[in-house]
Write a protein that binds this ligand. Structure first.
Ligand code: P5A
Length: 445
């Protein structure tokens, strides 16, 4: 993409309404625009990152054997009356009537809707296990929407639902989700720690939240510092291997790690004092096992192998896709702007032309652009007639992890400059080498 033809409405001034760095940087980098309290339009740069995050989620869901569907944003209240949650959900549910006076609502979550699909189409234990998921907009009429996409009223969520014959099978689905989430967050450059949490209006006793440690996080968390040494890395786990999934769960959840909702001071004091940490965290996901809560209420049963009708065991699992943009920025920025991890960066690298209009510099930039594009990479070429300083400031603000700087002086010596946004380190090398280096960085991503 040529920046002169792109739509990147960066702000020079710090927006007064933004209290935390991710919100400020998302506004300044022209990623989002507020449409109403807690509701945002996604501008090209923000939309591109949202799509990248969404793609990683889809890829990791596919790896775990989960099946994508798409359910509507507007639901009828009838299903929620069946489950008993229509009244119980309270003020956070946005309710409306259609022209016939029927009660409708904007989906805050979709346990009822998916259970209705299940009971209509699945009748036998032979069709299990089954996990359906979607990535869809949700609405919760939060009393205090704040921090931009971090606590929106409208937000983008991956919500998945497993259906299993027995509790044991459903607990395997729970473990499988935990493993798959660890992998998903690591691909986004995040360390998200599973912590024992409270299940709130979703229900059930077994639940873990995934928290990214950050000073601006809304949750207070208590944990054993050994937990932050654990890395999932790029382990390949066979998701059908129950023992392997169980082992990962035990590895990542056996040390003390809880949110304030479930914190137990007595248990915490058993952790050696020098390892006890109190911090703040951003909840980027949550997994639940709630057994037959919805299948009992809504009559979602299957015949088992003896011909008996039994309610299915269920759980649900959520990832805050739009919130993740904020969480990644909170975890990865400096005073000049965002620093995108390679896995989610909107463009793979920037090309800065120090002397726009100079025949040689223009030609070299175009050649770099063409070579990178031919390799399947997606560069952003700053071809504007701007001062070098302004170009660097824009690149630093929008946070592309790599920048290639091209100027007449370097070209005389046959070199361009490759700079890492994270370390600030630069290296001079011939243009073809710079292309190879960038290609190598993204190989396999
Ligand atoms: C699991 C999927 C559920 O709703 N039902 C379907 C279950 N879980 S949850 O924990 O309530 O939400 C899942 C994740 O969504 C993100 N999230 C939000 N993101 C932005 N703004 C909000 N107001 C908001 N509320 C929830 C969180 O990341 C949460 O973990």
């Amino acid at each position: 993409m040529r920046l002169s033809r792109y739509f990147l409405p960066v702000l020079k001034e710090n927006p007064a309404e933004a209290q935390i760095v991710s919100h400020r940087l998302m506004l300044r980098a022209g990623m989002i625009k507020q449409a109403a309290a807690g509701i945002y339009s996604w501008l090209p740069l923000g939309f591109k990152v949202l799509r990248k995050i969404e793609n990683i989620v889809h890829e990791e869901q596919a790896r775990a054997g989960h099946i994508p569907i798409q359910m509507p944003i507007l639901q009828s209240a009838d299903l929620w009356r069946e489950s008993g949650r229509y009244e119980a959900y309270g003020e956070e549910m946005l309710r409306m009537k259609d022209r016939h006076g029927r009660d409708m609502l904007y989906t805050p979550t979709a346990e009822e809707l998916v259970t209705d699909i299940f009971r209509a189409h699945v009748g036998s234990y032979k069709d299990l296990p089954l996990t359906l998921y979607q990535i869809q907009w949700k609405f919760r009429d939060e009393i205090r929407p704040r921090f931009g996409v971090m606590r929106g009223r409208e937000f983008y969520m991956k919500d998945g639902y497993n259906f299993d014959l027995t509790q044991e099978d459903a607990l395997h689905a729970y473990n499988r989700h935990l493993v798959s989430y660890l992998r998903t967050y690591e691909r986004m450059g995040l360390q998200a720690i599973p912590m024992r949490a409270d299940s709130g209006p979703i229900g059930g006793d077994d639940t873990h939240e995934f928290l990214v440690l950050a000073e601006t996080g809304e949750s207070e968390v208590f944990y054993d510092s050994q937990i932050t040494d654990l890395k999932f890395g790029d382990r390949e786990i066979d998701y059908d291997d129950r023992a392997a999934c169980q082992a990962v769960l035990e590895e990542f959840t056996s040390r003390y790690a809880r949110t304030d909702e479930t914190h137990d001071e007595a248990k915490f004091s058993e952790v050696p004092e020098e390892r006890r940490r109190t911090a703040r965290g951003i909840e980027v996901g949550q997994i639940f096992y709630f057994g037959t809560k919805y299948s009992d209420a809504m009559g979602a049963t299957v015949t088992d192998d003896s011909g008996n009708q039994v309610p299915v065991h269920m759980g649900s699992h959520g990832i805050g896709v739009s919130r993740l943009l904020g969480a990644i920025i909170e975890a990865s920025h400096d005073d000049k702007g965002i620093i995108w991890p390679e896995g989610v960066t909107p463009f793979h690298c920037g090309i800065v032309n120090l002397k726009q209009g100079d025949e040689e510099a223009d030609g070299a930039c175009q050649a770099l652009y063409d070579s990178l594009t031919a390799l399947g990479l997606d560069p952003l070429y700053d071809d504007r007639n701007e001062r070098a300083g302004a170009k660097f400031a824009t690149m630093d603000l929008i946070g592309l992890p790599w920048r290639i700087t091209v100027g007449p002086r370097g070209l005389k010596n046959g070199v361009v400059e490759l700079t890492s946004r994270r370390t600030g380190e630069s290296e001079e090398l011939p243009p073809e080498e710079a292309v190879k280096r960038v290609a190598a960085i993204y190989a396999g991503r």
